[in-house]
Design a protein around this ligand. Structure first.
Ligand code: SAM
Length: 276
């Protein structure tokens, strides 16, 4: 079930009622969940379930549920399984045919998307990207053609570097940094990526937690890029092997090698079959 992401009032009546009735609560940190439950006068046994003990504790939880107990799973904040533990527990409970349900509630990604004012009809939540420059830029390259608003979690310390990479890979897209959501100093800073990058390069890491929301590529940009890729590949294929042409075009465009190689293969085989 979901718990608040800052404002303690963001817990549903059903969540409180359920917490009062369960046999035990599996949580990331018993102190954090303990203080939430104390606030609402709820006394129920807590035990830790986090990435370091999950493999050992999971079978114990499943056995208790199989024996008829009701066990709640909560994370420190927001919705479990969303950049938090719980996926394997739910998967194994389903596989074992055990009853599972979710009590919806607070989630930082959806709250940031709603507040950003960026298109919400199609969005991709990508959690935390790799925290080092090279792998992070590769991940951003992969996300570049996705025709959807991107919603990402990032630590405040890494935010300035992340925004610098995002601006250099994704260009002048509109974006928002949503900070301290549901809390006293909630703030949404909205600007094109290069402007946000410049702001945080100067101001330094912000205080509190942040979500980054990035607008989709401009209409037609993905198609234009794909068309450019095909043109470049056809030119390269006229004088090079598929492998060399793909390597050359991947370097020139900065697009992922695997993707460029797959497209080069398609174009080469279409050309052999007399296609376009
Ligand atoms: N499961 C949680 C959820 O449903 O949102 C997310 C857990 S994840 C470990 C923690 C990240 O969520 C933070 O680094 C931050 O990116 C985001 N986050 C959580 N609470 C937030 C808040 N109040 N304001 C802004 N971002 C928040």
């Amino acid at each position: 079930m979901a718990t608040p992401i800052g404002n303690a009032g963001d817990i549903t009546l059903r969540a409180l009622e359920t917490l009062r009735g369960v046999d035990a609560v599996a949580c990331e940190d018993t102190r954090t969940t303990g203080s939430l439950l104390r606030r609402y006068g709820i006394s129920v046994p807590l035990f830790p379930y986090h990435e370091h003990n999950a493999a050992k504790v999971r079978p114990q939880i499943l056995a208790r549920v199989a024996a008829g107990e009701a066990i709640a799973l909560v994370s420190d904040a927001g919705t479990p399984l969303v950049s938090d533990p719980g996926f394997k527990l739910v998967r194994e409970a389903r596989e074992a045919g055990l009853p599972v349900t979710h009590l919806p509630g607070a989630n930082a990604a959806i709250t940031a998307l709603v507040l950003s004012g960026l298109p919400s009809d199609r969005f991709l939540f990508t959690g935390f990207l790799p925290n080092k420059g090279g792998p992070r830029r590769t991940a951003l390259e992969e996300l570049k053609p996705v025709p959807a608003t991107l919603v990402l979690y990032e630590s405040p310390q890494r935010l300035p570097d992340f925004l610098a990479d995002a601006a250099s890979v994704l260009g002048n897209r509109e974006a928002a940094v949503a900070r301290e959501l549901t809390k006293l100093f909630e703030e949404v800073r909205r600007a094109p990526l290069p402007e946000l990058a410049a702001h945080y390069a100067q101001a330094g890491p912000p205080k509190g937690e942040v979500v980054v929301v990035i607008a989709p590529p401009a209409e037609g940009a993905a198609q234009a890029e794909a068309a450019d890729l095909d043109t470049l590949l056809r030119q390269a294929l006229a004088s090079m092997s598929v492998r060399d042409a793909a390597a050359h075009v991947a370097t020139v465009t900065g697009q992922p090698k695997k993707q460029v190689y797959a497209r080069a293969l398609e174009l080469a085989s279409a050309a052999r079959d007399g296609g376009p």
